[in-house]
Design a protein around this ligand. Structure first.
Ligand SMILES: Cc1cc2nc3c(=O)[nH]c(=O)nc-3n(C[C@H](O)[C@H](O)[C@H](O)COP(=O)(O)O)c2cc1C
Ligand SMILES: CC(C)CC(=O)C(=O)O
Length: 356
């Protein structure tokens, strides 16, 4: 068993079963959950030799923000169920290794406390049925220092997660989370479905969010080149290729296999500020070699979801730093062995079989 699988076991031993189930689960028969993991391990590498790899740098920039690693923390809901500090701890852990944090709409922590963690952070937006509430949260996140918005578009309805309790049905933690979730905004005055995701959003949402926040928007949950182009044409700075960690449409194409099409579609595109559009990816990345493959297939950086939750549950900010740091160290090792001392030198020529 690998270190990450061991860490998950330790996390599972600490967490109530219903929380671990919620974090771990995929949708339906979990085919996509399994295939996402397997797909990263499929491509074979063509290492370059006789290159100077005495100095390896994993540093890069993401939407212009410098980071020391292309391994970023994905936005995941209910982090306070993993650790009472939630995203504030995650941000502290990410800061320790020079990474960046995605903060879920469903965070239970105040933006100011997340910002105090010291890592750059991007706010993940679910456009809710109540657009006013959505706008208010986006304004607050932007005022608190979010550097970009991650507009998640693969959840017009929640995927069918069989036998897993919805967090809104959790007992005491759930009620506490829910009160904190929306930053002191009194939800009791709103209709019961006010916080459900809006099933009717279109590309105009991208411009609406840009105007509202003044922030760049990345669209998260894109698996097709044509959709990626539509997003950028509507004002997105780029996209995140994602199956939502196999939690939404079961039987969807694994992220690793969708990535080349999306990266190719955006290769010549520019965002609204004239900078090249950026492609990111998540879902099933578990090893440094997976990250190398993702960058070789055209990703600027990657997000990891569950590994960060296991680190958070077992060791708070230190656990998060360990997970992100270890994946980064594994990446650095793979960079040395493939003769690619910087992220910019990780290209498609490193792949033996880029089409698989
Ligand atoms: C427990 C859990 C909660 C999540 N909550 C959100 C969320 O609130 N918003 C969102 O955009 N994505 C959410 N995601 C998806 C992650 O951002 C990311 O796409 C996914 O976890 C990546 O796959 P990985 O866990 O295999 O690394 C969630 C994922 C998990 C596992
Ligand atoms: C259903 C959402 C509220 C959280 C989420 O994105 C997830 O559980 O995958």
């Amino acid at each position: 068993m690998g270190w990450l699988e061991q860490l998950e076991q330790q996390a599972a031993a600490r967490l109530p079963d219903y929380v671990h189930d919620y974090f771990r689960c995929g949708a339906g028969t979990e085919t996509t959950l399994r295939e996402d993991l397997a797909a990263w391990a499929r491509p074979r590498l063509r290492p370059r030799v006789l290159r100077d790899v005495s100095r390896i740098s994993t540093a890069t920039t993401v939407l212009g923000t410098p980071v020391d690693t292309p391994v970023l923390a994905a936005p995941t809901a209910q982090q306070v169920a993993a650790h009472p500090g939630g995203e504030a701890e995650t941000a502290k852990g990410a800061a320790a290794v020079g990474s960046l944090v995605g903060v879920s709409t469903n965070t239970g922590v105040r933006f100011a406390d997340i910002a105090a963690g010291g890592a750059p952070w991007w706010y993940q937006v679910y456009v809710m049925r109540d657009r006013g509430l959505t706008a208010e949260l986006v304004r607050r996140a932007s005022a608190a220092g979010a550097g970009a918005l991650l507009l998640t578009v693969d959840l017009p309805v929640v995927g069918r997660r069989e036998g897993v309790a919805d967090p809104t049905s959790w007992a005491d933690e759930s009620r506490a989370n829910r009160r904190a979730n929306f930053h002191g905004i009194d939800l009791t005055a709103l209709p019961a479905d006010a916080t459900a995701t809006a099933p009717d959003i279109g590309p105009d949402t991208i411009g609406w969010l840009r105007e509202l926040s003044g922030l760049p928007v990345l669209v998260k949950g894109v698996l097709r080149g044509d959709d990626a182009r539509r997003c950028v044409a509507a004002g997105a700075a780029g996209v995140v290729v994602s199956t939502h960690g196999g939690r939404q449409l079961d039987r969807s194409v694994p992220a690793a296999r969708a990535l080349p099409e999306v990266a190719a579609a955006l290769a010549e595109e520019r965002g609204p500020d004239g900078a090249p559009a950026e492609t990111y990816v998540d879902s099933g990345l578990r090893r440094g070699e997976d990250v190398l493959v993702a960058l070789a297939l055209g990703a600027r950086a990657v997000f990891v979801g569950r590994p960060v939750l296991w680190g958070l549950a077992t060791g708070g900010s230190g656990g998060v730093a360990d997970v992100l740091g270890r994946l980064t160290a594994e990446l650095a090792g793979a960079m040395a062995l493939t003769g690619a001392p910087t992220c910019a030198e990780i290209g498609p020529d490193l792949l033996f079989d880029p089409g698989t």
